[in-house]
Design a protein around this ligand. Structure first.
Ligand code: PLP
Length: 381
């Protein structure tokens, strides 16, 4: 072969075979992946329209409906991390000039505000100190004042460890004629979620936390009411990749090519959801709660305090107050380098004040709690 140009070899590094440490991932996510999920992902890659792969897609849809407790026909996995399905909920439901009311009680509420404003929404905020949650009176007051078309809430705020109660919220939304959008990124697969009972219209999650997969996919669902709003839009969805009209033609009966979905990642998600169904939601939620309780008691025994009142504390993500005079970053680094354990640092308003400990999906196990408490005690004292 005669080449027109000499090849530039400057970047042709002799990279060694990859070797990564086997960490115990007890931060805000990703969590460790279930070995069965890893095994499923190594099955042969299939084409995104192969009949065998279409069956995998159908099973994912059904198992996601179970895990979310919804009958919504449009329930799919979006190719992309949690932020992709997060953006999809807003891209499809918001039109320029719509008012979106966001309950901001942590970092991810702010992300909803940012995303909604990029789709031309008039965004209004209700705020709470990080670590607290909204009550129904506060939400009613917000709906009364701003009359939004969408109320967006974070069910499980990963930056604070607080769980927003959702019972009764959709009744308010119906009264004020608005849709309810819910972030279930840190709750799906670990904390009770009843999308249909709660009257949620748009929800999203991620693969890498309570479900026990690697990052890369994000569950998305919309109610018939949200679908109707989508059908009555005055303007096309401003994001081609996340337009549910197009994605529905791939996930629904038509099976029209939309994008080259990763079959391997979706095998992993299918396996993770199969594990959820085998365990059963009630058992799974109870396991997460029991293990979180064991962690909370153990933390208290070694003199550490939780940031969130127990009533609103997430079983999947615990924020632990950093004792006075302790450098939270130095301790986290020591846990990583000496014990191979990852914990999260505080974000935003809670930077330097808390550690974030995740017990999610496959990682919500007693032996992990014992290891972490011992390591924390040894590094702190
Ligand atoms: N929402 C919440 C509550 C989260 O915790 C996260 C990530 O941790 C996201 C949204 C965004 O998900 P991702 O980082 O997978 O894009």
């Amino acid at each position: 072969m005669t080449l027109s140009y000499p090849i530039n070899d400057r970047h042709r590094i002799a990279a060694p075979q990859l070797d990564v440490p086997a960490r115990l991932l007890l931060g805000p996510g990703p969590a460790n992946v279930h070995p069965r999920v890893m095994a499923a992902m190594s099955l042969p890659t299939l084409g995104h329209l192969d009949p065998s792969y279409l069956k995998v897609m159908d099973e994912i849809q059904s198992l996601l409906r179970y895990t979310w407790q919804t009958d919504n026909p449009l329930t799919i996995s979006v190719s992309g991390t949690g932020s992709a399905a997060m953006e999809a909920t807003l891209a499809n439901s918001v039109e320029s000039g719509d008012t979106v009311l966001v309950g901001v009680m942590g970092y991810f509420g702010h992300r909803l505000v940012d995303m909604a404003s990029r789709y031309g929404a008039k965004v209004e905020k209700l705020t709470k100190p990080w670590g607290q949650v909204f009550n129904l009176d506060e939400l009613r007051q917000g709906l009364e004042t701003y009359r939004p078309t969408i109320l967006a809430l974070v069910h499980a705020e990963t930056s604070t460890g607080a769980c927003q109660p959702i019972d009764g919220v959709s009744e308010l939304c119906r009264e004020y004629n608005c849709l309810l959008l819910l972030d279930t990124v840190t709750s799906l697969g670990g904390v009770p979620v009843f999308l249909d009972q709660w009257g949620v219209d748009l929800a999203y999650s991620c693969s890498q936390k309570g479900l026990g997969c690697p990052p890369g996919l994000s569950p998305f669902t919309m109610s018939p009411q949200a679908w109707e709003k989508l059908q009555n839009r005055r303007s096309p969805v401003a994001n081609w990749y996340l337009d549910m009209n197009l994605l529905n033609r791939y996930w629904g009966n038509e099976r029209v090519y939309h994008h080259t979905a990763s079959s391997n990642l979706n095998y992993g998600l299918r396996e993770a959801l199969r594990i959820v169904a085998e365990e059963g939601l009630e058992n799974r939620w109870q396991r997460h709660y029991n293990n979180a309780k064991m962690l909370w008691e153990g933390l208290s025994e070694i003199g550490l305090k939780c940031h969130v009142a127990e009533e609103f504390r997430l079983p999947t993500l615990t924020t632990v107050r950093v004792p006075d005079g302790v450098d939270s970053k130095a301790i986290a680094r020591q846990l990583l380098t000496e014990y191979n354990i990852e914990v999260g640092l505080g974000l935003g308003e809670l930077a330097g004040q808390v550690w974030r400990i995740g017990l999610m999906g496959y990682n919500s196990r007693k032996e992990n709690i014992v290891l972490l408490l011992k390591a924390l005690q040894e590094t702190l004292y």
